[in-house]
Ligand binder design. Structure first.
Ligand code: WTA
Length: 648
């Protein structure tokens, strides 16, 4: 690995940050030595309805498995995000909204206005029969109403399940049916980079497969869309006339807050379930410490609310902290490649938090697009969702941040609720590409993938977490056994992350990427099994195997090996058709980059596909295929090598 400079903590940060180096060390030790005491303190950031006595009641051991935090306390998260800020902040900005088209006006919602809209919508949901524990599917673009919808659910104790607005009707239908939700909140259309996304049409198509009682539709672009009488209602009509006050439901700390579907190494996406109290403490604490958040600053997380980053760091974390959170509907390259930085200047953004894939795409377009903007309001940059390569890190640091702003490279997962390993800007010298050190209360360890024993010192292995933290997921919705199997069976007694990781001699953690059959395409998690299952659903396909391949912009691309049915000719036209098919089945984010037709796939004598070999071919690392002697038919590999398509 090439040597990149280590960046010491800048003097301003060392002197002014909420958490300095000494404080990090002291607090971290305390959080591990006496978790009850530490978390009793941090839990004061929540306004509880009923104070808890029990703090941590957790065990990862199979016989005694439990994850319960603050379990006898009660609270309401929407009231924590809104009501308690009203005395001091009713007229302060909560949400700044920047539309896709910079020529259209943006919107500002104060805490008072957001409170009112949330209460009205919550009352409307209640009036419509939605009760505590009911699941509400949200399929909305990046508009303030998405936050209103989330908070309205939280207010009445309904469990939201947000489906990313880029997912297909099939993917949406699967998620509606898995959580047995009978109401969908959507919009006529979304807008991204000047293009309309037909959200209501997608909902209608999904609802041909699974029925729901109610669709509430926001008029966003004003497009004329078909309305199903009795089922569909306009957002404005739904909320009209509802009182601007709504009694928040008293929720137990362990009552469900939301479900978010995410891809794993096998089977269908699983419904990651988060609960209320621990999650509230976790997102509030991590948002404050990682971003060194100061009242009055504009904070911008560019993630979509359809992903966990949007849940924790566009909505819940910042609003818990009374922050100004910027919601951006658009994309980095529309109308041009300066868009992000123009938005930074327009709103005097202090903290900017985005995925490396966007940075790599912008880096390729040259520095001019950045340099012509000021960005002097920036004081901190963040990275999330995938490993950031040191080249992109350097560009982010030097060009975007003018070598002035620390970068927090935050490693975490849908399952973890919030930041797990990240530098704190006032505490840690930065090494480009390293997620650095554990958050308070997090005990990472590296284990030998072969036998699970813990590796000490500078080493590389599978990343596990040894003990529970408040923001941890509690179960897979409807399938607790799958939760235990997926995360706690590989290395019994430990939470397995699915990631590989290296620890250097200074104790810095370096995430090396997934070591299971999950790939990370443009910071979006994708199960190879999901893409395979979409491919074999096509009549022409007999068998498919999907692996990741290196991709300059996306981090990883999707490489699919396809065996056609006996009587089907593998043509260029079929290749194109299959690419479109996968887009339709899952969504554009699952578009295969390469499809290689293969008369057969490499299998062991027991019929198991040897993915190791397929990965090597996809990576074009063909000089070193390893042992192929266990293959049932080694000639299959020669054919794959001879017919590897040219990959740009
Ligand atoms: C990857 C996104 C390296 C990792 C918050 C993890 C990262 C998966 C980083 C979770 C990072 C996330 N450095 N890799 N800073 N952040 N990842 O559930 O492989 O969409 O397991 O959550 O993204 O993706 P998810």
């Amino acid at each position: 690995m090439s040597e990149h400079a280590v960046h010491p903590v800048p003097q301003w940060w060392a002197e002014n940050a909420l958490i300095g180096a000494d404080e990090y060390a002291v607090k971290y030790r305390a959080s591990i030595a006496d978790p009850d005491d530490f978390w009793r303190g941090e839990a004061q950031r929540v306004t509880w309805m009923k104070r808890f006595n029990s703090v941590k009641n957790t065990s990862f051991d199979a016989e005694d498995f439990r994850i319960r935090w603050f379990e006898d306390g009660t609270l309401n998260l929407a009231a924590n995000c809104l009501d308690r800020h009203l005395p001091a902040k009713a007229n302060d900005t909560a949400i700044l909204w920047e539309p896709d088209d910079p020529a259209r006006p943006g919107r500002t919602l104060t805490y008072g206005e957001l409170h009112e809209q949330v209460c009205q919508f919550a009352n409307a949901l209640r009036a419509d029969g939605v009760k505590k524990g009911d699941r509400v599917t949200i399929y909305l673009p990046m508009v303030p109403e998405a936050a209103v919808a989330m908070l309205a659910c939280a207010r009445i104790g309904a469990v939201h399940s947000i489906v990313f607005a880029g997912f297909s009707p099939d993917a949406l239908a699967g998620r509606i049916s898995d959580c047995e939700s009978d109401i969908v909140l959507t919009a006529d259309e979304g807008l991204r980079g000047g293009k309309a996304v037909p959200l209501k049409a997608n909902v209608d198509a999904a609802l041909e497969k699974v029925g729901v009682r109610r669709v509430v539709m926001l008029r966003h672009t004003g497009k004329d869309v078909p309305i199903v009488e009795g089922r569909d209602v306009d957002w404005a009509d739904y909320a009209a006339g509802q009182p601007a006050e709504c009694e928040p439901e008293e929720m137990n700390a362990e009552d469900p807050l939301f479900i978010l579907y995410t891809s794993g190494s096998t089977g269908k996406p699983k419904g990651v379930l988060h609960t209320t109290g621990g999650y509230a403490v976790w997102v509030s604490m991590t948002h404050e410490y990682t971003f060194d958040y100061r009242a009055g600053e504009v904070y911008w997380c560019a993630a979509d609310i359809g992903w966990v980053t949007g849940h924790s760091y566009v909505v819940y974390g910042p609003l818990m902290n009374g922050a100004i959170t910027l919601m951006f509907e658009g994309v980095p390259n529309y109308p041009d490649f300066s868009r992000f930085w123009q938005v930074v200047d327009k709103y005097d953004v202090a903290t900017f938090y985005a995925a490396p894939t966007a940075l790599r795409a912008l880096m390729r377009e040259g520095d001019e697009w950045v340099k012509k903007t000021s960005r002097k309001s920036l004081r901190l940059l963040g990275s999330v969702g995938e490993p950031i390569n040191p080249e992109a890190w350097d560009w982010y640091y030097n060009v975007v941040g003018d070598a002035r702003c620390p970068i927090v490279d935050t490693w975490w997962q849908t399952e973890t609720g919030g930041h797990m390993i990240t530098p704190l800007p006032g505490a840690h010298a930065l090494k480009p590409g390293s997620a650095s050190f554990p958050m308070f209360g997090v005990q990472p360890a590296l284990v030998d993938p072969a036998d699970g024993h813990i590796l000490d010192g500078a080493n590389e292995g599978a990343l596990v977490i040894l003990d529970s933290w408040p923001g941890q997921m509690r179960t897979v919705y409807g399938d607790h056994n799958r939760f235990i199997q997926t995360y706690f069976s590989q290395y019994p007694g430990k939470y397995f992350t699915g990631d590989g990781c290296r620890r250097d001699a200074d104790g810095y953690y370096w995430i090396t990427g997934r070591i299971d059959d999950v790939i990370n395409v443009s910071g979006h998690r994708m199960g190879t099994a999901e893409v395979e299952s979409a491919l074999v659903d096509h009549d022409a396909v007999a068998e498919a195997a999907v692996v990741g391949m290196p991709h300059d912009i996306k981090g990883q691309g999707i490489y699919a090996y396809v065996t056609t049915m006996e009587d089907v000719e593998p043509t260029e036209a079929l290749r194109k058709e299959l690419v479109q098919w996968v887009r339709k089945e899952i969504g554009p984010i699952a578009t295969p980059d390469v499809i290689q037709f293969a008369p057969a796939l490499p299998k062991t004598r027991s019929g198991k596909i040897m993915r190791r070999i397929l990965r090597k071919i996809a990576e074009n690392d063909t000089g070193n295929l390893g042992d192929t002697s266990t293959l049932a038919d080694p000639s299959v590999v020669e054919d794959l090598l001879a017919n590897r398509p040219h990959v740009a």
